[in-house]
Write a protein that binds this ligand. Structure first.
Ligand code: C5P
Length: 221
């Protein structure tokens, strides 16, 4: 039985990839399965929190006891996150697409035997940075994730400064590790003061439970 360390708290979690539409049948996406974000949401609910999970398209069942808001694009995800505030703890585990097509065509683009028009991309809003920068209604604890293939800790420290969040959960997503879409995760918890905790390789469910336990301690401190 998990202790109800988060009773009375509202926890907001983002999870999964985003889909950025090119036309009605095509989109840009990434390999995120949503497993780690969903596991964090499930663990927060087990710990007694009211949980809002804003999720991109995933093939996972909704975690028990969690309110799930389904979105497709980064801009929809940002709007859903803003609508779900205020929260005591916000965990941004989604693999948000950095770019979207500048234009979404209303009808399927035809092959027509021609070279296709180049796909022009524009930057998506950074949800983590946007919420971290709020002067009013900023969640007291804002956690980001960093999927890195090299210089994991260095990049995580820079990311905290750039995004304005309080903690980064960094993981190595080099193809050899099989983290992206896999069942296990090796994470490093990087704090604002540069302090690092490195955990052994664990199942994503266990990582979710341990993260929630650590976040609860930070909130209580
Ligand atoms: O910059 P990078 O994408 O590596 O940062 C990852 C962190 O930022 C994750 O917590 C992710 O959920 C968040 N993020 C976001 N909105 C974006 C891009 C990333 O919330 N547009």
């Amino acid at each position: 039985e998990t202790p109800k360390r988060l009773a009375g708290r509202h926890v907001l979690v983002t999870s999964g990839p985003t889909h950025e539409a090119i036309d009605p049948v095509r989109y840009l996406a990434n390999r995120s399965s949503g497993r780690q974000g969903h596991a964090v949401a499930a663990a927060a609910a087990e710990a007694g929190a009211r949980v809002t999970l804003v999720s991109g398209p995933v093939a996972l069942p909704d975690p028990a006891g969690v309110t799930v808001v389904r979105v497709e694009s980064a801009r929809e995800m940002l709007a859903a996150v803003e609508a779900a505030l205020p929260a005591d703890l916000a965990i941004f585990a989604a693999a948000v697409g950095d770019w979207r097509p500048a234009e979404t065509r209303g009808a399927k683009i035809k092959k027509d035997g021609h070279t296709p028009a180049p796909l022009t991309l524009v930057e998506n809003p950074d949800i983590l940075a946007t919420i971290s920068a709020r002067t009013e209604g900023r969640p007291p604890l804002v956690v980001g994730f960093a999927a890195e293939t090299d210089q994991v800790l260095d990049n995580a420290r820079k990311k905290i400064a750039r995004k304005g969040c309080d903690l980064i959960v960094a993981n190595d997503v080099s193809a050899e590790g099989g983290v992206m879409g896999g069942l296990d995760n090796t994470v490093h918890l990087v704090a604002r003061d540069g302090g690092v905790e490195t955990w052994p390789k664990l199942g994503k469910e266990e990582v979710g439970r341990r993260l929630v336990a650590r976040f609860s301690e930070w909130l209580a401190a």
